[in-house]
Design a protein around this ligand. Structure first.
Ligand SMILES: [Zn+2]
Ligand SMILES: [Zn+2]
Length: 266
């Protein structure tokens, strides 16, 4: 009885934390978007209805993400049953640093293949159409998923912490990257400077202009953090032209002919 209550309270607490994190981070970036690109919210009636849907689906996703996260938290703090550790040197400095990209790569790989699967006609309508209802998405769409899609996305990291050791701070970095990229990639404008996108960063990482093209064209740019699997599988189409303001510039770092990103200002 005591154990059941502990697990229940942990699941409730984490659901609240995930929902609060979503509202604060998405709300913050949505406010930044309104300040820097008010034209993205110009079609107010349609946009307001879309944002309402995005928030509703995202809050339902918060519960689905929060329950396994709460169970992991209880398993770690109460029962010591996970591979989360607190001594930074327990597995050496090298692993402390490497664990973040390893977790991100595994998450990215899982996301890429499940995402491609969800674009198959039989699954798209049941699992993924909700996310693509946002046309174009806003910062509030970061967790706008049908419950089946949320379930598929919520399980990987809670499962990994039972298998692959990770320091709690490294896990916090992974979750922060997940949150910030999840929100900024849906904002409808590019937050990173052009010089970054033309560098190795832009050739490796997925940012708003890359994911925006997925929301427009559907059958390309399936990745989450990295362009690796899209490049390997030939699904990388570069950046969305509508986020660029410098389309005459020859493409740099693109595989699909999209123009290089220009100013991020309107
Ligand atoms: Zn998306
Ligand atoms: Zn998709």
């Amino acid at each position: 009885m005591q154990t059941t209550l502990t697990l229940l309270l942990a699941a409730l607490a984490m659901t609240f934390i995930v929902a609060a994190r979503y509202l604060i981070v998405s709300g913050g970036f949505a406010a930044l978007t309104r300040a820097r690109h008010p034209e993205l919210y110009a079609d107010s009636a349609r946009r307001t209805a879309q944002v309402r849907r995005e928030i509703g689906w995202s809050l339902s996703a918060a519960a689905i993400y929060g329950i396994p996260a709460g169970l992991v938290m209880a398993a770690w703090r109460r029962f010591g049953a996970t591979e989360i550790y607190t001594d930074p040197l327990a597995h050496g400095w090298l692993w402390l640093l490497a664990s973040v990209p390893v977790y991100l790569f595994l998450h990215d790989s899982y996301f890429y293949w499940t995402h491609r699967l969800m674009h198959r006609p039989a699954l798209f309508r049941r699992m993924h159409a909700v996310h693509h209802d946002s046309r174009p998405p806003t910062a509030w769409a970061a967790m706008s998923f049908h419950p089946w899609e949320s379930l598929s996305g919520a399980l990987l990291i809670p499962a990994l912490v039972f298998i692959i050791p990770i320091h709690w701070a490294a896990l916090a970095v992974v979750l922060t990257v997940m949150t910030v990229f999840g929100v900024t990639n849906h904002m409808g404008w590019e937050i990173f400077p052009r010089s970054w996108l033309e560098s190795g960063f832009g050739r490796v990482m997925i940012t708003a202009s890359h994911h925006h093209l997925h929301h427009r064209n559907y059958r390309c740019n399936y990745g989450l953090y990295f362009r690796f699997w899209d490049r390997v599988c030939g699904t990388d189409q570069g950046w969305a032209k509508e986020l660029t303001h410098d389309q005459e510039t020859p493409a740099i770092g693109n595989t699909g002919g999209a123009a290089v990103l220009g100013r991020t200002g309107s």
